[in-house]
Design a protein around this ligand. Structure first.
Ligand SMILES: Cc1cc2nc3c(=O)[nH]c(=O)nc-3n(C[C@H](O)[C@H](O)[C@H](O)COP(=O)(O)OP(=O)(O)OC[C@H]3O[C@@H](n4cnc5c(N)ncnc54)[C@H](O)[C@@H]3O)c2cc1C
Length: 391
């Protein structure tokens, strides 16, 4: 299955008529790598709950995470929509791999935007976050709150030139496999971001959380008990932690949008192929108009989701506000992806529901996209709030 689609090519060509050939080569090269190294293991990664380290390492080697970072960080400075297009390919093959990489990349971006030069040098370069020599996690959610981030209870108190962190984070992607955690905790000045190395005394990994989908990812609790970090591990400004988190989540939402598109595209193609082979009442099921209605809706919604996502990514690239568009892209793409995967199961009938057909994976993976990094409900509130504010 070729992962790189004509629809992607057309959008990139429209966005970058002069440089399209260069970007097209990058996408075609990555397509081959993913097809060889990531796709063949995706079913096993899901079924056996294997953390997809090998596939991730291959993609790091291909420069996937660093490609949109400026050259001073070893990146290629490529436009953000090109990175987004690459992430669509990864997600189409294996959503567990794409989610683990996406969260890691969100932390890299948070460091680039808000961290001191010293932290950037240490983590982005020396410890090789962008090259995949280290792995990062983003720790905001707590047992008592997810959507309502203002209710976090993890505390960080300043003692001399150290912060002492106490509290529990949960549902943390890459928990236990990350080398560093981007943690949000309350100081006297309000919510604040910190970088906490995984081997700091006082940091421990709590229970692993078994899940419905993205089963290859690690999701778990991260516990801080009297965990001391140097004050230089503060990221950004004390009290501005949520402002930093919001900016990181805007980027994260673009990524979740495109991961949703990749999952939906994989499901669509499986449904199309199956419908031509499977016969009922003496004819392929693809000939039934009720089946075709499903395909028409899927194709239209996936393309709309892709356009919205790549458009929001191009706004980010231009340096103009894109918070509402990122939220719209994530909201629409994640819900469209769930509908597409649901339709695929329906088209495959009983086989769609059977374990042996690898379509339920997409259905289970897609559902997460409507919950993490701002649930559909929270995003609707945000989009409406911004629309009302604009008039
Ligand atoms: C697999 C997975 C990976 C994750 N990875 C990470 C990670 O790496 N780092 C991290 O920090 N977090 C992570 N999360 C947590 C995720 O961000 C939260 O689950 C999400 O923000 C929702 O929070 P919640 O689960 O506490 O739901 P709640 O906030 O309790 O919400 C429950 C329901 O109520 C709705 N709701 C809440 N408030 C309102 C409102 N005002 N109006 C209408 N409806 C409302 C929600 O939309 C939802 O439907 C992950 C979650 C999962 C499942």
């Amino acid at each position: 299955m070729a992962l790189y689609t004509e629809d992607q090519k057309r959008i990139l060509k429209t966005l970058y008529p002069n440089d399209f050939e260069d970007y097209d080569i990058i996408l075609r090269t990555l397509d081959k790598v993913i097809e060889k190294e990531v796709l063949p293991r995706a079913e096993e990664v899901d079924g056996e709950k294997i953390f997809p380290k090998e596939g991730m390492d291959t993609l790091f080697e291909e420069g996937l995470v660093s490609m949109s970072f400026p050259p001073e960080y070893g990146g290629l400075g490529l436009p953000y929509p090109v990175y987004i297009a690459c992430m669509e390919l990864v997600s189409k093959a294996c959503a567990s791999t794409s989610i683990s990489l996406a969260i890691h990349s969100t932390v890299c971006e948070g460091l680039r935007l808000f961290a001191s030069e010293e932290l950037k040098k240490t983590w982005l370069l020396e410890k090789g976050l962008l090259e995949g020599r280290s792995l990062a996690a983003f720790a905001l959610t707590e047992p008592g709150c997810g959507s309502d981030a203002g209710a976090i209870r993890t505390k960080a108190r300043l003692e001399g030139d150290e912060y002492v962190i106490d509290g529990t984070k949960t549902f943390i992607t890459n928990a236990g496999v990350a080398d560093v955690y981007f943690v949000f905790a309350l100081t006297d000045n309000g919510p604040t971001a910190f970088l906490v190395e995984a081997d700091r005394p006082g940091l421990s990994i709590g229970k692993d959380i078994p899940k419905v989908g993205v089963k290859g990812t690690k999701t778990g609790e991260v516990i801080f008990e009297d965990c001391r970090i140097p004050s230089s591990n503060l990221v950004g400004t004390e009290g501005k932690g949520f402002k930093h988190a919001k900016e990181m989540l805007n980027r994260g939402r673009l990524t979740i949008g495109v991961l949703s598109v990749g999952i939906a595209q994989a499901a669509l193609e499986k449904a199309l192929r199956y419908s031509k082979e499977r016969k009922a009442f003496g004819t392929p099921i693809s000939s039934f108009q009720l089946t075709q209605e499903k395909f028409a809706n899927m194709v239209t919604e996936i393309n709309a989701a892709r356009l919205l996502t790549y458009y929001a990514a191009s706004l980010k690239e231009q340096g103009v506000p894109f918070a509402s568009e990122a939220a719209q892209a994530k909201l629409f793409a994640s819900e469209a992806s769930v509908r597409a995967c649901d339709n695929t199961i329906q088209v495959l009938g009983g086989y769609g529901y059977a374990d042996e057909y690898d379509v339920h994976r997409h259905w289970r993976d897609a559902k997460l996209m409507t919950i993490g990094e701002g649930s559909s409900e929270i995003l609707r509130l945000l989009i409406a709030h911004m629309a009302l504010k604009a008039v």
